[in-house]
Design a binder for this molecule. Structure first.
Ligand SMILES: C[S@@+](CC[C@H](N)C(=O)[O-])C[C@H]1O[C@@H](n2cnc3c(N)ncnc32)[C@H](O)[C@@H]1O
Length: 193
């Protein structure tokens, strides 16, 4: 899937404006720190973009955003200016080496089965000084932070170094709502070693 649609442009625009106002403040709060660490015109991949809450924030910050999801429906609701890619993140990613200044994975890693391939693909498509924001919990969604940290270190730190790490929580069934401490999750900014 690409960034062109038969739907009239104005309809995309109206929809994206509604989404931006409706989701205002609902992007991952750590995205703001990531945005501060990036140069203007940075190219950012939102992998497993879902409803696009993070894609829209990145777009508002004027970054060049590529939104990838395994499902077509979330991609259809994103503005035409975002490049959209329908693909699985659980096999080779459809991008060249050193394509991105940053990758945002907010709760997509939770669904990835081939961790080894995933991490090596992320590192391949990230620029050498690129940044990866990864946020995840784990089924059955009551896994403590200590176990999530073990997973992070086991899976990522052979290839990435940790820049910062946060123990976070979200509400049951709602990753957007971090006001409730129902589900432990981890958020980390990483960089290729
Ligand atoms: C919990 S949602 C998170 C959505 C978004 N990142 C956010 O933070 O709002 C997980 C997303 O990952 C996508 N997803 C799950 N498995 C995937 C895969 N193998 N490849 C690409 N996307 C996947 C789902 O379609 C869904 O949109």
């Amino acid at each position: 899937m690409c960034n062109r649609s038969s739907e009239p442009v104005h309809s995309w625009r109206i929809h994206s404006t509604e989404l931006i106002s409706g989701l205002s403040g609902k992007h991952s709060p750590r995205l703001e720190k990531l945005a501060e660490m990036l140069n203007e015109n940075a190219k950012v991949l939102d992998i497993g973009c879902g409803s696009g809450r993070n894609t829209l924030f990145l777009k508002k910050m004027d970054f060049h955003v590529v939104a990838l999801d395994i499902a077509s429906t979330p991609l259809l609701s994103l503005p035409a200016e975002c490049l959209k890619v329908m693909a699985t993140a659980d096999s080779a990613l459809p991008f060249r080496e050193n394509s991105f200044d940053a990758i945002v994975d907010s709760y997509t890693f939770t669904f990835i089965e081939n961790h080894k391939l995933y991490v090596s693909e992320l590192s391949r498509i990230l620029k050498p000084k690129g940044l990866l924001l990864v946020e995840f919990d784990k089924e059955p969604h009551i896994v403590p932070h200590s176990e999530l940290k073990d997973i992070l270190y086991e899976v990522f730190t052979k290839i990435f170094k940790v820049i910062e790490i946060h123990e976070i929580y979200h509400a049951w069934g709602c990753i957007f709502d971090e006001t409730k401490k129902d589900v432990p999750a981890l958020s980390a900014i990483l960089q290729p070693m």
